[in-house]
Design a protein around this ligand. Sequence first.
Ligand code: ARG
Length: 362
Amino acid sequence: MRESEVSAQPACPVGSYNEWDPLEEVIVGVVDGAHFPPWHVAVGAPLSPQQRAVFQERAGQPFPAEEIAAARDELDQLVDVLEGEGVEVRRPEPRDHGHSYGAPGWSSTGLYDAMPRDLLLVVGEDVIEAPMAWRSRHHAASAYRPLLKEYFRQGARWSSPPKPELSDELYVADWTDQPEGEPFRSVITEFEPTFDAADFIRCGRDIFVQRSHVTNALGIEWVRRHLGEEYQVHEVKLADDHPMHIDASLMPLAPGKLLIHPDRVPEVPEIFKDWEVRKAPQPVIPDGHPLYMTSKWINMNVLMIDEERMVVEAQDEPMRRLAESWGMTAIPCPFRSFNSFGGSFHCATVDVRRRGSLCSYF
Ligand code: ARG
C-alpha cells in the first residue's frame, strides 16, 4: 500500500470482534461515587437472599468509603499493568451517584461507573449503548459520553437502541425466585427491549447471549436485527439461579479455548464441539470477604490482553495455574477489594480496540 493510501484511510478508533485479539485500547471504570441503588424488585432479583438484605438496608447510601478507596487503588494498579503491557487506557471522569433523576412514573439515584462492560457492547467498529433495565443505571452512558463522542468524531459507529421507559410494566411487581428445579423466571417482562452488554460475549461472527434479570427476548432480538446477517446471535441456556451477566459463566479465552463455570453450563453448546472446554477452578476468595453483588465465581472473570496473556487476581493461584497449564502467561493484579463491587477484570473494562478482523472460529 502506498503512503498516500494509508493516510487517506485513518484507522477507526473502535474495533473489536472477540475477547482475545491483541488489545490496543481499553476503558477502565471508576468506582468513586458508588451508591447502593434505591430498593426495587429488579435490583433484588439477581442477588442472593443475604445480598438482598444488605441492599435493602443500605438503599440509597454510598458504599463504604474505605472499600471505595481500596477498590480505586486496585483499579489504578490495573491501569499500570495494562499500560505496562502496551495498552492505551482511557477512564471516565468520576461522578457522584447520589443525585436523584427520573422519568414519568419513577425516580431513582444511581449505582456506579465501575463496570463499563455492563453498558457498552463493542461489535466491530460499532459501540452500542445498552438499554439497561435497572432504573439506577438509566444514565450509565453519561460517564462515557465524552469518550463516545471522541470515537464518533474519529469515525466509529455509535448506536443506541430505543431508550427504555422503565415504567412499572417492565417489572413483575410480585416476582419471587423460581422454585428449585423450575425454569428461569425473569423479573422483567417483554414490555420493551432491554439488555445489559455483559450478557453478551463475542467470538467473531458468533455472539453468545443469555436471557437474564436484565436482558429480555426483545433486547436480544434488537441486537440480532441491528447486527444483521454478518453475525449469528446464539441464545444459550445456562443454569444460573440469579442470572445477570454471562461473563462469570461462559468465557471464551482464545480460539479453541472455552472456560466455563463448573455447574452453570449443563450442556456446552454444540457449536463449541471442536473447542477445548475447561472448568474454572474453585474460587479462593475467603468466606468473610464482602461480595455485594456476585458469587465467588467472579474468579473466572478474567481479561485477555491477547491469546496468551491473561490478567488474573494476584491471590488466585488456581487460576494462575490454569492459565499456565493452558499455554498462557498469567499477569497478576490485586483486585479482591474491587471484586466486592460486583465484578472483576472483564467487568471493569471494555475493549475499545483489538487488532484483528471479523472471522469465524467455528
Ligand atoms: N452474575 C455473576 C455471578 O454472580 C457475576 C457477573 C458479573 N459480571 C459483570 N459484567 N458485572 O457470578
